[in-house]
Write a protein that binds this ligand. Structure first.
Ligand code: SAJ
Length: 421
């Protein structure tokens, strides 16, 4: 049956979700507080970078199954996909979830389904349900509510949104089953149903698992530097064990998921000690990188070039990037001349555009140190012979163990690697 679905919040998750439902034949309405997003959408355009998404959006908008709206209408299903940022005190800011819920209270009718997609602390879906209670309808009997967290990887969203398994946590069994039916129209992975708090905790724990493992890898890197061991050899060799998978150390953990979600788990839980420690270790990495840079530079006015600014490789997203934190630490605590280079980064919206240098030759000219901060594929294809000739000192600090040591040493570079002294 063709359902009318309204998606509130058209970001990295809401927009692909809207487009996929539309592609599956549903009538989809997209709402966002940002009018520019709606304007672009109705022209079949998107304002974010995500492979395959623009084509999909264009197709379903032109086909008439997806349209942007400025006023919320009655629907069969409402999906809330608004941001849940982290407050300064490391608690979840649920204000967008609350206001999105308030915005549909007057529109819901008996038989409606409301889904919270936003990653949220355990108990949030119950709070949504309680706000919806203001409608006067019996929640769980007339209005069905569940949490359905996404698990897609930026850069692969269009594929993973369909193929990944999904967890749906209802405020009661009936809600979970009804929401499962809704998502079944496009999800090819398995769909598991549970209660809403379990589903919320699952989503948070998936990212916490990764954060804690990365912290372990970062601690290993620090200890290996102290003990003159090559952490990368340790990881490679230890991972030959069939049940060991040590993660990759690096200059920190970014993105709006892995660096954020663990805090949601422990916000009212002093006993969450390991998770807290892991966050602190990962958040301390930019400062660790700064100290290593200082140990390599003896001229306080030296030029330093940072290659890569995004939160991870091959994406355009610099929000919550540990490299931005590193840049700001360098600006606050040193007098080096900084030159930033990242072909993925769009100058217009970039916070430190005054020191962003588009031309690689200019970025490295007279530089005393290149810091390889993000392992974008394109950085392996740079002409290091030419780069070396432009630099004042042939020195590279590779924070990802990414560059080819043989090649660089042949070109007389001094290659320093994080996790190895
Ligand atoms: N990183 C390391 N070492 C590693 C792996 C990652 O330092 O071994 C760093 C990256 O450089 C980056 C950060 O961690 O700064 C996070 O990158 P990521 O690729 O691990 O994850 P995200 O944030 O892009 O997406 C994650 C995914 N979660 C998991 O893999 C468990 C994705 O599936 C989730 O949907 C997404 O979070 C989300 O929205 O929650």
């Amino acid at each position: 049956m063709k359902k009318k679905i309204t998606i509130v919040g058209l970001g990295y998750i809401g927009l692909p979700t809207a487009a996929i439902f539309a592609k599956s034949g549903m009538e989809v309405l997209g709402y966002d507080v940002n009018k520019k997003v709606i304007e672009a959408l109705n022209k079949g355009k998107i304002l974010i970078e995500e492979p395959g998404l623009e084509d999909l959006v264009k197709e379903v908008v032109e086909g008439g199954n997806l349209r942007g709206i400025n006023i919320i209408e009655e629907s069969d299903v409402f999906i809330l996909a608004v941001p849940t940022p982290l407050n300064k005190d490391k608690t979840a800011d649920l204000s967008y979830v609350r206001s999105a819920t308030e915005s549909i209270v007057d529109k819901i009718r008996p038989g409606n389904i409301v889904v919270l997609e936003s990653t949220s602390p355990p108990g949030s879906t119950l709070e949504v349900a309680s706000i919806l209670g203001k409608s006067g309808y019996k929640i769980g009997e007339e209005i069905f509510v569940a949490h359905s967290p996404e698990r897609v990887l930026p850069g692969r969203i269009v594929k993973e949104i369909v193929e990944n398994d999904r967890i749906i946590g209802g405020i009661n069994k009936e809600s979970a089953e009804l929401v499962k039916e809704v998502y079944s129209v496009f999800v090819k992975g398995e769909i598991f149903t549970t209660d809403s708090k379990t589903a919320e905790m699952c989503k948070l724990m998936e990212n916490t698992f990764r954060d804690v493992n990365i912290a372990l890898a970062n601690e290993l890197a620090i200890l290996c530097e102290n003990m003159e061991i090559n952490a990368w050899d340790v990881i490679q060799l230890a991972n030959r064990h069939p049940r060991v998978n040590i993660h990759q150390p690096g200059p920190g953990v970014g993105g709006h998921c892995i660096a954020v979600d663990p805090w949601f788990v422990i916000e009212n839980q002093p006993e969450g000690r390991l998770i807290r420690q892991a966050r602190q270790i990962n958040d301390g990495m930019p400062e660790r990188v700064l100290n290593r840079i200082n140990s390599l530079i003896d001229d306080e006015n030296a030029k330093i070039t940072i290659l890569g600014l995004t939160y991870k490789a091959n994406v355009d997203d610099t929000r919550e990037s540990p490299i931005i934190k590193l840049v700001e630490l360098l600006q606050e605590r040193t007098t080096y001349e900084l030159s930033l280079h990242d072909p993925h980064v769009d100058r217009v919206n970039f916070k430190h555009k005054e020191i962003l240098v588009e031309n690689i030759d200019q970025a490295v000219e007279n530089s005393q140190l290149i810091v390889l901060a993000v392992n974008h594929d394109m950085f392996n294809k740079l002409d290091f012979d030419k780069i070396g000739k432009l630099m004042n000192k042939k020195q590279i600090f590779d924070t990802r163990n990414f560059l080819d040591r043989n090649q660089l040493e042949k070109l007389d570079f001094n290659l320093i690697t994080l996790g190895r002294n």
